[in-house]
Design a binder for this molecule. Sequence first.
Ligand SMILES: [Zn+2]
Length: 268
Amino acid sequence: MPEGHTLHRLARLHQRRFAGAPVAVSSPQGRFSDSAAAVDGRVLRRTSVWGKHLFHHYVGGPIVHVHLGLYGTFTEWARSADTPLPEPVGQVRMRMVGAEYGTDLRGPTVCEVIDEGQVSDVVARLGPDPLRNDADPAWAWARIAKSRRPIGALLMDQTVIAGVGNVYRSELLFRHRIDPYRTGQRISDAEFNAAWTDLVALMKIGLRGGKIIVVHPEHDHGPPSYRPGRPRTYVYRRAGEPCRVCGATIHTATLDGRNVFWCPTCQV
Ligand SMILES: [Zn+2]
């Protein structure tokens, strides 16, 4: 599942590609046709993100709300006025066509047209987004400090912090030597503050470069990444392999339905 930095990158891309001009919006697949008609031909005013929720704000008020879920993707293409649009491939829920670019959305969990009030309802259910300038970490800390749930579960709970996914969750806890099964109540405020500051910095690196880079330069050697072409991780998808810091075997377990990874020696 894409993590928050991916949504912020998409919002910036869509802003560059489409904002300030009319956008032809359609639903080749048909499932979004009625809603697409409500924004088709309108000028895209701006884009915004909160956590993993992407919003396209159109002139006149309608807002397209997208959540990619596990499988959603946008595919972009360049175009010119004198060449025909590419045939939709697969189940294209929403197609956006501007003067120079088009993009096809496939497989989202949510793709709907809503109004400002409904955007507020969505956002009201979300914790602070580390990549937003208005993020208030005190709000997340208040939830974590009184919780008996494991910190590894709290970090993935979008109502606590919005935008963190499986990679940042496992890697952040490793970088701060925190066992994912330690409860929120047993996290100190110094630990939370250091982890939040680090999370903001790491997600900004992800936002700038499009890759999740979490390994300190002095540890960036030894066993390769979990997948060719990806940056190394400390623990994510490294179960059974040696810890890059202490050599102990990395563990994995299922926590709230998602695999968490950690070093049983480094993390307490
Ligand atoms: Zn270790």
